[in-house]
Ligand binder design. Structure first.
Ligand code: AMP
Ligand code: ZN
Length: 116
């Protein structure tokens, strides 16, 4: 039995506000949103960090991006005069807290750069 929080969300063992699901990924609302839209796109496959992505996972990782872009478009965030950010944090300095890769989709307000 996996002890991974996001595997449990994937399996419906822990509740989450799921907004998108297909045979490769699941997207749900972040419990502590940092923007009006803050979604997490996870692969069904448990991959702890970006360091653990292999060449076999290339299609899967691409799928996370196309899925995030699709949802961003559907929510009206894709226009040139608004826009959105997708990001994956890796290990301590980037603030990774859940070790199942997840693509953050942040949108709905101007996002500062560089990030903190
Ligand atoms: P990271 O810091 O990049 O590892 O991102 C982990 C994200 O997961 C954070 O933005 C958390 O707010 C979010 N998170 C933690 N627990 C849950 C949960 N039970 N449901 C939804 N999002 C969560
Ligand atoms: Zn997992």
């Amino acid at each position: 039995m996996s002890d991974c929080l996001f595997c449990k969300i994937r399996d419906g063992l822990i509740p989450a506000k799921v907004v998108y699901r297909d045979d490769v990924c699941v997207a749900f609302e972040d419990i502590n949103p940092q923007a009006p839209t803050h979604l997490l796109f996870i692969p069904h496959k448990h991959i702890p960090t970006v360091n653990d992505i292999t060449t076999e996972d290339q299609a899967l990782v691409g799928h996370l991006f196309t899925s995030a872009a699709k949802v961003a478009r559907e929510r009206g965030h894709a226009d040139a005069n608004n826009g959105y950010r997708v990001v994956m944090n890796t290990h301590a300095h980037a603030g990774q807290t859940v070790f199942h890769i997840h693509l953050h989709l942040l949108a709905g307000r101007p996002l500062g750069w560089p990030p903190g």
